[in-house]
Design a protein around this ligand. Structure first.
Ligand SMILES: NC(=O)c1ccc[n+]([C@@H]2O[C@H](COP(=O)([O-])OP(=O)(O)OC[C@H]3O[C@@H](n4cnc5c(N)ncnc54)[C@H](O)[C@@H]3O)[C@@H](O)[C@H]2O)c1
Ligand SMILES: [Zn+2]
Length: 381
C-alpha cells in the first residue's frame, strides 16, 4: 500500500509534560531517529547504548517488535524486551510485579525509557509500570490498534484493573512521545478496526461536525485502510483528544466529555462480560442510547440520532444489544453511580459536534434510553 509518507506531528501542550504525537505511514523504521529527537533517548557516543525496556505481546512482538528491536540495536540502542499475555487480564498487579522484576534484572535506571508496543492493554500496563518504577521514568507509546492510536496512547491515563473494577489502580503519567505508524493497522483484525472507528465517530460527535461528515464521505476508503484518509482521521482524532486533555489534564470537567457513549457503554461491556462485545462496539450502542436520551429531554433533534445510527450501521457496528440484558445493564449503571455520590451524569449531544454533561435524575429517561437499544428479535438494527 502506498501512502503519502508525509509526517504529521500533533503537539500536546502541557507545560513541562508536553510531547508530540508523530503520525506517519511506515514510521516504525524511523524509530531510532524519532526516539532520539523526541524522547531524549539518543545512544551516547561513548559506545554505551541508550537503554530501552520494550513491553509488548508475543504476537505483536513477532509482527513488529523484532523488526523494531533490530533497527534500534543497529543504531546503538540497548533493548530489553518483555512480553505479556494478550488480553485485559494482563492489566493486573501480578503482571506488573513480574515486569518490575524484569526491569531490575535488566538494570533499568532513571534515564532508561519504557516503550509500550501494542494496543491499549500494553499501553496502560507499561505506562503504569513506568509511572511507578523509581517514582516514574520516561515512557514512549507505540500504539498498534486503532483504539490505542486515537485514544488510549494519548493523555497520560495509565491503569491496572482490580477484580472489583476496571482501571481502579492508576496514575496520570504522560508519555514523552507517541509514535503512530498507521501501517500497523493492516494486520489488525477487521472487527478491531470497526470497533476503533466508534471512538473516531465519537470525536466527530463531541467536537466537530465537519469531521463527522469527512468520515461519512470517506468511509469505504477508511475501512479499506487507504493511507491518506487513515492519516487524516488519526490526526484529527489526536488533535481533538489533545485539545481536551490540554484544557483538563486530570478530568475535572471537560475531559469527561470524552466519555460520550461510555456511561451506558461501560455498563453494556460489564454485563456482556468483557469479550462478547468489544469496547468500541459497546460505545457505539452507548452513543445511540445517550442520543436517544438527549432527544427525549428535548435537547437534541431526532435527526442527530438517525444520522449517527446510519453511520454506525455502515461501519458494521452493532446498534442494539439482546433485550435479556436490560435489567443487568441498569443495575450495572446504578452500581457505577454509587461510586459518584449518587449522581447519574451523562454526556448528551445538542447536535453533531456539541455535547454537554447533564445530570439525569429521572430513572425513566435512562430506562427509555436502554429500551431504544434493545433488540427483541435477533440480529442488529
Ligand atoms: N488510557 C486511556 O486513556 C485508555 C483509553 C481507552 C482505552 N484504554 C484501555 O485500552 C484497552 C483496550 O485497548 P485495545 O482495544 O487496543 O485492545 P488490546 O490492547 O487488547 O489489543 C487488541 C488485540 O490486538 C492485538 N494487536 C495489537 N496490535 C495489533 C496489530 N497491529 N496487528 C494485529 N494484532 C494486534 C493485541 O495483541 C490484542 O490481542 C483497555 O484495557 C482500555 O481500558 C485506555
Ligand atoms: Zn472508549
Amino acid at each position: 500500500m502506498g501512502g503519502s509518507f508525509v509526517p504529521c506531528e500533533v503537539p500536546v501542550n502541557l507545560g513541562d509534560r508536553s510531547y508530540k504525537i508523530h503520525i506517519q505511514w511506515g514510521s516504525l523504521s524511523e524509530a531510532p531517529t524519532l526516539l532520539g529527537r523526541h524522547a531524549s533517548a539518543e545512544p551516547s557516543h561513548s559506545g554505551l547504548g541508550k537503554h530501552l525496556f520494550l513491553v509488548t505481546h508475543p504476537g505483536v512482538q513477532s509482527l513488529y517488535g523484532e523488526g523494531l528491536q533490530k533497527v534500534l540495536s543497529r543504531e546503538g540502542y540497548a533493548v530489553d524486551t518483555s512480553t505479556v499475555p494478550e488480553g485485559e487480564s494482563s492489566k493486573c498487579l501480578e503482571v506488573a510485579s513480574r515486569l518490575y522484576d524484569r526491569m531490575v534484572e535488566a538494570g533499568v535506571k532513571r534515564d532508561s525509557v519504557v516503550v509500550a508496543l501494542g494496543g491499549g492493554v500494553v499501553g496502560d500496563l507499561a505506562g503504569f509500570v513506568a509511572a511507578t518504577y523509581m517514582r516514574g521514568i520516561r515512557f514512549v507509546q507505540i500504539p498498534t490498534t486503532l483504539l490505542s492510536q486515537v485514544d488510549a496512547s494519548v493523555g497520560g491515563k495509565v491503569a491496572l484493573n482490580h477484580p472489583s473494577a476496571k482501571n481502579l489502580i492508576g496514575a496520570f503519567h504522560q508519555p514523552s512521545f507517541v509514535l503512530i505508524d498507521p501501517e500497523t493497522l493492516t494486520t489488525l483484525p477487521d472487527r478491531e478496526i470497526r470497533a476503533g472507528m466508534a471512538e473516531v465517530v465519537k470525536y466527530g460527535m463531541i467536537h466537530d461536525e465537519s469531521f463527522l461528515a469527512y468520515i461519512e464521505d470517506n468511509l469505504d476508503d477508511l475501512l479499506a485502510l487507504s493511507p491518506d484518509p487513515i492519516e487524516t482521521i488519526l490526526r484529527r482524532s489526536c488533535e481533538i483528544k489533545a485539545w481536551v486533555v490540554e484544557r483538563d489534564e486530570r478530568e475535572s470537567d471537560l475531559r469527561a466529555l470524552l466519555n460520550f457513549g461510555h456511561t451506558i457503554g461501560h455498563a453494556v461491556e460489564a454485563v456482556m462480560g468483557y469479550g462478547e462485545m468489544l469496547h468500541g462496539e459497546c460505545v457505539a450502542v452507548g452513543m445511540l442510547a445517550a442520543t436517544h436520551m438527549a432527544t427525549e429531554c428535548g435537547l437534541c433533534p431526532p435527526e442527530v440520532g438517525d444520522r449517527l445510527r446510519r453511520l454506525l450501521i455502515r461501519i458494521g457496528l452493532p446498534v442494539t444489544v439482546p433485550s435479556q440484558h436490560t435489567d443487568g445493564i441498569l443495575a450495572a449503571m446504578k452500581l457505577d453511580k454509587k461510586g459518584r455520590a449518587g449522581k447519574m451524569r451523562f454526556v448528551l449531544p445538542e447536535g453533531i459536534g456539541s455535547v454537554n454533561l447533564v445530570e439525569v435524575t429521572e430513572e425513566a429517561l435512562v430506562a427509555h434510553a436502554l429500551d431504544s437499544i434493545m433488540n427483541e428479535a435477533s440480529g442488529n438494527g
